[in-house]
Design a protein around this ligand. Structure first.
Ligand SMILES: [Zn+2]
Length: 147
């Protein structure tokens, strides 16, 4: 047993997951096993424990007693991450990240308005899909100014 597994203080079961999100890369270590580096963070809560634990998929699954539920949650987030990280130029980054890069450079006022507007749409409306014309214009600007 590693980390909090086997602890007599920390509850070992009946945890629930309240959220799961993608850090983009493995930046955290799982709060439960204190060993696994995690990119997809399952936020776990328990009525007998006063703080939430940020956990990896496997620990989260055992904590809630449903490994399959944890795996399905994580799959959903992975699918979303893939959808957002479209290749733009030679970089596979999200549209919002690409817009941030573009906005570091000098643009015409028309381009500035366009990229600022697109950034807001991509950021505020997760399901937003640009038209082909918008997408081509955006990628053209990206390729010209960023690389
Ligand atoms: Zn763990």
């Amino acid at each position: 047993m590693r980390g909090k597994w086997g602890s007599t203080e920390v509850p070992q079961s009946k945890w629930s997951c309240v959220n799961v999100y993608d850090l983009g890369s493995p930046l955290l270590v799982c709060d439960m096993c204190e060993q696994q580096r995690i990119r997809y963070v399952h936020i776990m809560v328990h009525s007998d424990w006063n703080s939430e634990l940020k956990c990896g998929c496997v620990c989260a699954g055992y904590m809630e007693g449903d490994l399959e539920a944890a795996q399905l949650r994580e799959l959903g987030v992975k699918r979303e991450a893939r959808r957002q990280a479209k290749p733009i130029g030679r970089d596979a980054i999200s549209w919002v990240q690409a817009a941030d890069k573009i906005l570091e450079y000098e643009l015409t006022s028309k381009e500035l308005d366009f990229v600022t507007d697109m950034r807001a749409r991509f950021k505020l409306r997760p399901g937003f899909e640009a038209t082909e014309r918008q997408e081509n214009w955006f990628v053209d600007i990206y390729k010209r100014v960023v690389r």
